[in-house]
Design a protein. Structure first.
Ligand code: SER
Length: 345
């Protein structure tokens, strides 16, 4: 598909920065970015226009623009959202609702659906107990959707809003031909790890925090127990998934929400990998009761067979490739090779 005009909200966040770079490399003509923060130096020259400020109050301005695709990445992540719940709801739900209304209006007006790409999350799931989590194994899209967090509840509800604006907004007789509506596509991401940026405000952050600390020779106290297990993914795979789903022909899609998965490991295995790569890394475990509870409610593994079937999803990085071919080579370039480093390739 030829995409000429794109809006990326949350463009200064982790996914945003990597995505803007990829869209630019793809030759997208006009990338408009929006974020509370100013655009980082590295993205200047890629964004045709940066709109800085609170999305909820900025959406009005976008009614004058034409976008083929909207990537709505702006969000308050799970740990942060628990300490400022109303604010999180405003950002996560109100911001999404405003943008969905814009996309619905524009789709109808131009007679062509605006694609609305939405990152959902493992936080949309929730297990009542550790036993249920371990028994469940790989979880499908429609199982265990009982989020324990404000962030997870917001993501799950916004998936429903996306489906509403794509299929039912305006209502009609079920036999009538549907008018042109927006084209909502969501991915439930596992914890993401980038070698270039650090997450903030999330609860899967212990993974990337531990690895970045080890690479810099800084001690790290992990805020979850050693046996804690969720699923993770390399940032390049997350970007690949967003772009592949964007490109997928509508008629191939049997769902508007898809799991994707790459590799699942415990916090102890993370520590082991970090120590192998950076001997002498000081990593201890000091579980935080609240954050532990959040991660314990998330699946250890996701069933992504629907994405594999409908749009040929397949991650490039399994656990070994993530460490050996992506994270370690890049992180060494970033922080410089310390004398104590040894390769585990
Ligand atoms: N990375 C997110 C968080 O920890 C989960 O999607 O909040």
């Amino acid at each position: 598909m030829t995409v000429s005009s794109v809006l990326v909200t949350g463009a200064c966040g982790e996914i945003g920065q990597a995505l803007v770079q990829s869209l630019h490399e793809r030759g997208v003509k006009r990338i408009v970015t929006c974020d509370m923060m100013p655009l980082p130096e590295s993205l200047k020259g890629m964004s045709a226009e940066h709109v800085q400020g609170d999305l909820v109050f900025r959406v009005k301005q976008f009614y004058d623009y034409d976008f083929d695709v909207i990537f709505h990445l702006a969000a308050s992540l799970s740990s942060k959202a628990e300490v400022a719940t109303e604010e999180a709801h405003r950002i996560n739900v109100e911001g999404t609702m405003q943008l969905l209304m814009l996309a619905a209006y524009k789709s109808e007006k131009r007679g062509k659906p605006v694609k609305f790409m939405f990152p959902s999350s493992i936080a949309a799931y929730g297990f009542p107990s550790a036993e249920a989590k371990h028994k469940a194994g790989r979880v499908k899209e429609d199982e265990w959707t009982h989020p324990h967090t404000m962030y997870g509840a917001n993501k799950l509800y916004c998936e429903k809003l996306g489906e509403y604006y794509s299929n039912y907004y305006g209502q009609r007789h079920l036999d009538e031909n549907p008018p042109v509506m927006l084209d909502f596509r969501a991915i439930r991401f596992p914890g993401l790890i980038s070698a270039f940026t650090m997450p903030s405000g999330g609860t899967s952050d212990y993974g990337p925090e531990m690895l970045h600390a080890a690479a810099q020779g800084k001690p790290y106290a992990c805020f979850v127990r050693e046996d804690t297990q969720i699923t993770f993914m390399a940032m390049p795979d997350a970007i690949k998934a967003l772009l592949n789903l964007m490109d997928a022909p509508r008629e191939k899609l049997t769902s508007s929400v898809y799991n994707i998965d790459a590799f699942s490991l415990t916090a102890a295995e993370f520590r082991q990998r970090a120590i192998e790569a950076f001997p002498g890394a000081q990593i201890t475990f000091e579980p935080n009761r609240r954050r532990q509870g959040i991660v314990d409610s998330w699946p250890a593994d996701l069933d992504d067979s629907l994405a594999r079937r409908d749009w040929a999803w397949k991650p490039d990085y399994d656990m070994d490739r993530f460490f050996n071919d992506y994270f370690l080579p890049q992180i060494r370039k970033r922080y410089g090779a310390r004398p104590s480093l040894r390769s585990n390739e």
